[in-house]
Design a protein around this ligand. Structure first.
Ligand code: ZN
Length: 172
């Protein structure tokens, strides 16, 4: 191959890798994991990314200091939906402190502040690594994680779920 550079991936390999990652993202987009509302959730937090129009609500049920269940709802682009789906898997069962740290670490990875490493709980997350190249899309990928972290902080500050804005008051 004329344009092959020794020691790097060929264009063909790059392309098929990109395709693989796109497939992973679209699979989560089409069939998001843990999507839906959670009745009686202690954490109910909304987040929105006006740049893209992504809106998500993150729900967390807390039991013995752990996120016993985590779900999300929303209208968002494929990257945001896929990342939200992966977020729920990454933090379910973790203590609030652990979940907050996982969310912070993911944001740091997406902002290129630390090396990108796939999470053992969510190998699929590797598919989001390429999103870092597109700075406007980074917020799509981090929205659900930021929203979860905000929810944890609010909960720890003593605010109960449900005190976040309603659909009506968020409309503007
Ligand atoms: Zn988006």
């Amino acid at each position: 191959m004329a344009d092959e550079v020794p020691g790097t991936r060929t264009h063909q390999e790059e392309a098929s890798l990109d395709q693989l990652y796109r497939d992973v993202i679209f699979e989560h987009y089409r069939r998001p994991h843990n999507k839906g509302a959670l009745d009686g959730a202690e954490i109910v937090t909304k987040g929105n990314n006006p740049v893209c129009g992504d809106r998500v609500t993150v729900y967390g049920k807390i039991k013995d200091g752990r996120l016993d269940d985590v779900k999300f709802e929303g209208k968002a682009c494929a990257i945001c939906m896929a990342s939200s789906s992966m977020m729920t898997e990454a933090v379910k069962g973790k203590t609030l402190a652990e979940a907050g740290a996982v969310a912070d670490n993911f944001k740091s990875m997406m902002r290129n502040e630390v090396p990108f490493e796939a999470l053992p709980e969510v190998p699929d997350i590797e598919a989001l690594e390429g999103v870092r190249k597109f700075s406007v899309r980074v917020k799509c990928a981090t929205l659900a994680w930021t929203t979860l972290k905000n929810g944890i902080v609010e909960y720890q500050a003593g605010k109960q779920g449900g005190e976040t804005c309603t659909e009506e008051s968020c409309a503007t």
